[in-house]
Design a protein around this ligand. Sequence first.
Ligand code: FAD
Ligand code: PHB
Length: 392
Amino acid sequence: MRTQVGIVGAGPAGLFLSLLLQREGIESVVVEMHSRKYVEERIRAGVLEQGTVDLMHKLGVGERLKLQGLEHGGIELRFGGRGHRIDFRELTNGKCVTIYAQHEVIKDLIAARLAANRPILFAAENVSVHGLDGERPTIQFQMNGAPEKLECDFIAGCDGFHGISRASIPEEIQHVFSRSYPFGWLGILMQAPPSAQELIYTYHERGFALVSTRSPDLQRLYIQCDPQDDIANWSDAMIVEELQLRLATKDNWQLLVGPIIQKSILAMRSFVIEPMQYGRLFLAGDAAHIVPPTGAKGLNLAVADVRHLARALTMFYKQNRTDLLEAYSTTCLRRVWRAEHFSWWMTSMLHRFLDDDAFQQRMQRSQLDYTVSSRAAATSLAENYVGLPFTW
Ligand code: FAD
Ligand code: PHB
């Protein structure tokens, strides 16, 4: 098998890249280790920046998004038993975010790709990449036990944090920057009507809590927890009680409660590898960087990477230019580090660190108070949350 661009991974990065290249008449093959059903049902992100929404429309995959996506013009920061709205539209010249589940985005992208008769090889086994520093890199794998070899001009490593692409770069070339946090998130899906019109980010002495949504009858909620904790230790009643305690307000706000249909614990980390390129391998999305979810940036950052990569590859094929490919890593890393900082900042402001660190708690309360009282501070949060211009 031969193609122009071999793409490892059918997550947001790999699928958006395949459609962007398709639009420019550049061939690609997507190689994915999991089944179609698995990737279409994996519960992940929910917040799309305006730029991501616009791109979906441009690629002709925005129909369901238009019908089912929920536009949010702000968020609430809740602390000291009170809510404070950050008005995105007012602070960012009318911009907003859209709530639309990542697995719905994935379904839309896969449907468009397959409708155009372009390949996604699901359930590929033992995927590996070779010859990265030469002119003819290959992706090797097995399909139903039979060995396959895909020859490419370039390989896009879009296989997430635990993928094989980043690990194939010689260790002495990898510069890794990382931070792990002493807490995780316990996330649930609850069958209930929304308790609020917008997302609520809560700082509480018992720990962070987040109220998000998926649809008029399905809600997404998170509480800060011990990352080593076993989800089996958390009964549904305990989760609801903890949410109610952390979200309580002086004016008696009520959480609307229903059956919990899914629950899991996720660890939080910040991670960047520099550079995001080795020879003819280009990393994009979570394969190159991870942010804690508090800033809702991961998916959007993956999309920004592949927009740059698609443009650089287009210039290579159409004008024989290599300058954008050479600049790929530097171009992406500027936005990556902005998102790393924003996500770390939101995480640091909203979570409970050591129980006895009273100084840190005063710092957090002061930062929250300033953020909701100063137009300049609120604008900084808002413009980062809705997404900086693509030129960043
Ligand atoms: P992935 O989505 O991880 O996709 C990688 C793909 O590669 C997968 O399909 C995987 O199966 C495949 N793969 C892995 N290894 C191999 C291999 N060896 N061979 C072949 N295929 C392979 N981001 C936001 O922007 N907003 C949010 O609100 C938000 N909330 C989040 C909430 C949670 C609970 C979590 C976990 C994440 C959240 N994120 C959010 C982050 C977001 O989900 C990720 O940043 C995003 O999925 C990254 O996309 P990706 O394509 O780079 O990687
Ligand atoms: C989500 O809805 O899953 C979600 C929303 C906002 C975040 C993280 C996750 O910051």
